[in-house]
Ligand binder design. Structure first.
Ligand SMILES: Cc1ncc(COP(=O)(O)O)c(C=O)c1O
Length: 418
């Protein structure tokens, strides 16, 4: 959620200035360019990134930052390696990899904590293709289980010939990412996940050396120095502009500075500690809840302690006989008391399949059924995995969550006990 002060500061900036499309050299355009440049610098400073090493590409969200890498990465003959618990926008890069002849490999995660087994990762990392480009992607924090994977995988992978996408979208809202300590090649983020406002803005923080190896599949307004119709040629601009298609969201971009300063005014230490304290308390209370039969109310998918995890707690609820309660029912009950819960698989199907015990065989049977070649509705999919839960419930603790919010949720959960 955003702070009122963020809105007021942004409103003041827009009321007191006139900004124009930054692609010109007139006063309003120069004023906008100054704001955009300052925002890039502030973002780099915020993440302790050396401007000689990293640059900031503005995008509309984390997904479009990921797509920029996927569509431009020199995949032919190479490998794309990723963990099971990636967001769909990281999974989706595999389609670019497949189309350009790269080998795609998933590293499994193991219940109950939903972490990667180190030896499996080491085995895969040792297998980069030395004659081609190799890309490894993982979330710094899973948006399903909230597991925080080790950041030292980055250096380890790079030493073995991999470029690394560190999906930091779920990590940076409550954890400091220090790009002077770890040096991922590509870092996608979404700003509204960090400070609520504005929506529709993200960034790809990219290492210049890795970016230089990408090849954009097209050009657009703003991305070139020269393009010719009769000559059939175009020349891409240097650095970030080559990856920023069309007009930047120059009125909202300055609100990123306001949001980052808001986080800094509280401090990551405080945010992180507060989120972990509330998460620990939520976990302890939730896992202690038992029906009269002795059956537990919830099962947590992910770590049940505050060790190397973030502030989202993903669970399914069970009745007094130990049978899973449909997550859609839990959501509808929560709606009645004005609690907004996220349910389903959270765009993270790999983690969902592991958590809910949906096997490869079941999925193959489902996807090869007559009528399922091109289209599959969520209801059809539910029929396929007959009897199993098709999703879970996620309770997220963030920067603005307070004791009453968590207590309110626990009271709701207690109301489900029989
Ligand atoms: C870990 C992770 N990666 C990527 C994304 C995609 O972000 P966006 O929807 O802003 O593109 C999300 C969104 O939930 C996420 O949690």
């Amino acid at each position: 959620m955003y702070a009122e002060s963020q809105l007021l500061q942004h409103q003041k900036l827009l009321t007191e200035n006139v900004f124009g499309n930054p692609h010109s050299l007139n006063p309003t355009s120069i004023a906008a360019t100054r704001q955009v440049d300052e925002t890039r610098e502030t973002i780099l400073k915020f993440f302790h990134a050396d401007p000689n090493e990293y640059l900031v590409i503005f995008t509309s969200n984390a997904s479009s930052a990921l797509k920029l890498v996927g569509e431009s990465y020199p995949f032919p003959g190479g490998r794309y390696l990723l963990t099971f618990d990636n967001h769909n926008s990281v999974n989706g890069i595999r389609e670019f990899a497949h189309a350009r002849g790269a080998e795609v490999t998933y590293i499994p995660i193991a219940l109950p904590e939903m972490r990667v087994v180190d030896s499996m990762l080491d085995e895969q990392l040792a297998n980069s293709n030395p004659g081609a480009n190799n890309l490894f992607a993982y979330p710094a924090q899973s948006n399903f289980s909230s597991v925080q994977h080790p950041l030292d995988w980055i250096g380890k992978a790079q030493a073995r010939g991999w470029d690394v996408i560190l999906d930091a979208a779920a990590f940076v809202p409550t954890n400091q990412l220090d790009l002077s300590m770890v040096k991922p090649d590509f870092v996608p983020i979404s700003f509204y996940k960090m400070f609520g406002y504005p929506t529709g803005l993200g960034a790809l923080i990219a290492r210049k050396s890795a970016l230089a190896r990408l090849h954009r599949p097209w050009f657009a307004g703003g991305t070139i120095t020269v393009a010719s119709v009769q000559g059939g040629k175009y020349y891409l601009a240097d650095g970030a502009p080559a990856f920023e298609d069309g007009t930047l969201d120059y009125l909202n971009i300055p609100a990123i500075v306001i949001g980052l300063k808001h986080i800094e005014s509280i401090g990551y230490e405080v945010i992180h500690q507060r989120v972990l304290s509330l998460t620990g308390w939520l976990l302890d209370n939730l896992t202690a809840m038992k029906h009269k039969t002795g059956k537990p109310l919830v099962r947590v998918f992910g770590p049940t302690t505050t060790q190397a995890r973030g502030g989202a707690v993903t669970v399914n609820f069970y009745n007094e006989n130990g049978n899973a309660i449909d997550h859609r029912y839990i959501e509808s009950e929560a709606n009645k008391v004005n609690i907004s819960l996220r349910t389903g698989c959270f765009c993270n199907p790999g983690a969902g399949e592991i958590a809910l015990g949906i096997s490869r065989v079941e999925l193959d049977v489902c996807f090869t059924q007559p009528g399922h070649a091109q289209r599959l509705s969520l209801d059809d999919f539910r029929l396929c995995i007959d009897g199993k839960s098709s999703g879970a419930v996620r309770i997220s603790v963030g920067m603005v969550t307070n004791f009453n919010d968590v207590q309110g949720f626990l009271q709701f959960a207690r109301g489900l006990l029989k």
